[in-house]
Design a protein around this ligand. Structure first.
Ligand SMILES: Cc1cc2nc3c(=O)[nH]c(=O)nc-3n(C[C@H](O)[C@H](O)[C@H](O)COP(=O)(O)OP(=O)(O)OC[C@H]3O[C@@H](n4cnc5c(N)ncnc54)[C@H](O)[C@@H]3O)c2cc1C
Length: 431
């Protein structure tokens, strides 16, 4: 399928990309009419899990679907950088599960899954209950490799040096630190090596923290100590920083003094190959792996992610269990909320087919990532994906990047499209 970037963005903004790309190659008949209800359990109510739960019920209302998620409300990482920039509030990015239950008939249980028994087809909850499933979907997101940087730990992250890579209390901690910092202070952001959740996210963070500092503490600066040699949308970010925040943001590549060797949390100092860097606020984004339950359930490979069959997102390790979102190995797709929801819809369609004794239809998968560099300065990267012998690959010529010579009007439109994208995807998943 070939689709222009312009048409693609229109679909995304109008929120119809899922159906427009023919994700649901299946008939609408209900397989369980007259029979016992099949039960699908979904672990995790984020972008991947909540989308899967809702679309399972939409695709086959005869299914019983149970979503298990410990949090009463979900705070999105998308737009949490906007909160740091003072452009959104925490309330704006918080979504409850009320509509999933009331409007879509998903049974929502506020608990944590602590064990999975693939042989028996059951999950155990921390409250002690055991629940049986016909098919299980696991979308637990990420966990952190806190020991990747000597001197860093979960305890330090929770109290002093937040990662803010799971939105909620961590976002608020980082925000409080930015607000308390003196004018003329230094913010140090340390992004990890690939693969990690939201490749452009650290650089959007630097942009929107710069937006806040420019307005409130203009003598301050931001140093990015990167574990990589290059990063997503690098040319667009660099150009935006020069235009909006000249002299404020300094990016250091891994071999240019960016690789963090050690943290001294007491002295608020990071050791690098080219000497020590002191921060008034330090934001370490640690290296990542699949969420804990994926390990406990034996769903991960040697790299700490979950291998799947890309036509159904079924685990290649345990039959009957599907993994979507950041935790799975999804080839060329980045670890993003849009990708997770797109995978959730494909998994939902595949599960309905499999429960009917049919093969999953070949999926088309989509992603777009908007990043805000300033309130009227947005950029994006978009992709459409298909299956090949090697897994999920980009469809050549599909999607694309904001042009390097985009006009001010185009950049302002991208910022507007970002808002539209957020409103639509949240409504699509939790509405
Ligand atoms: C700063 C930032 C900005 C971002 N911006 C964008 C953006 O603009 N666009 C975009 O597309 N993506 C963006 N992302 C990426 C996006 O947030 C993730 O890719 C997305 O959240 C992945 O969805 P998921 O379902 O895999 O995991 P999550 O959304 O993290 O959901 C996992 C859920 O599982 C629950 N859970 C975990 N373990 C268990 C268990 N044992 N039992 C029950 N529940 C459990 C958790 O409580 C959580 O609610 C951004 C990320 C960051 C950090």
């Amino acid at each position: 399928m070939s689709i222009s970037r312009r048409d693609f963005n229109k679909l995304l903004v109008s929120g119809v990309a899922g159906s427009a790309f023919g994700l649901f190659g299946m008939t609408g008949t209900s397989f369980a009419a007259g029979g016992a209800k099949k039960h699908v359990v979904v672990v995790g109510g984020g972008f991947g899990g909540a989308a899967t739960a809702k679309y399972l019920r939409k695709l086959d209302p005869s299914l019983a679907v149970t979503l298990i998620e410990p949090k009463a409300a979900y705070v999105t990482c998308p737009f949490s950088n906007w909160v740091l920039g003072g452009l959104k509030t925490m309330k704006d990015i918080t979504h409850t599960y009320a509509a999933l239950h009331a409007k879509h008939g998903v049974n929502v249980i506020a608990d944590r899954v602590v064990a999975v028994d693939p042989a028996k087809g059951t999950v155990k909850l921390s409250g002690g209950k055991t629940i049986g499933y016909d098919r299980l979907v696991v979308s637990p997101g990420i966990d952190f490799k806190f020991d990747a940087i000597p001197g860093y730990s979960q305890k330090i992250a929770e109290s002093k040096i937040p990662h803010a890579w799971q939105a909620g209390p961590q976002t608020l901690l980082l925000q409080r630190q930015l607000h308390a910092m003196k004018n003329g202070g230094t913010v140090v952001i340390c992004p990890p090596d690939n693969p990690f959740r939201c490749p452009p996210g650290p650089y959007e963070r630097a942009s929107l923290v710069a937006h806040y500092l420019k307005a409130n503490k203009p003598k301050s600066k931001i140093i990015i100590l990167d574990a990589k040699e290059k990063f997503s949308k690098q040319g667009l970010f660099t150009k935006g920083w020069e235009r909006l925040y000249p002299g404020m943001i300094e990016w250091r590549s891994a071999t240019g003094g960016g690789k963090v060797l050690k943290l001294d949390a007491d002295k608020m100092t990071l050791e690098t190959d080219l000497g020590a860097v002191k921060g008034d606020v330090i934001n370490i984004i640690p290296a990542q792996k699949a969420g804990k339950i994926a390990f406990d359930a034996g769903l991960t490979n040697e790299k700490g992610w979950c291998p799947i069959n890309p036509s159904s997102f079924e685990s290649t390790i345990h039959k009957g269990i599907h993994i979507v979102g950041d935790a799975c190995v999804a080839g060329a797709m980045p670890k993003s909320g849009f990708a997770a929801s797109s995978q959730g819809k494909v998994a939902a369609a595949a599960i309905v087919n499999l429960l009917r004794g049919q093969e999953p239809a070949p999926p088309s998968l989509v992603n777009t990532c908007y990043s805000l560099i300033g309130p009227k300065y947005g950029v994006s990267v978009a992709g459409v994906y298909q299956l090949s012998a090697t897994g999920i690959v980009d469809i050549p010529g599909s999607g694309g990047l904001t042009p390097a010579d985009a006009s001010d009007d185009q950049l302002e439109q991208e910022a507007l499209f970002a808002e539209g994208w957020y409103t639509n995807i949240c409504k699509d998943i939790w509405g």
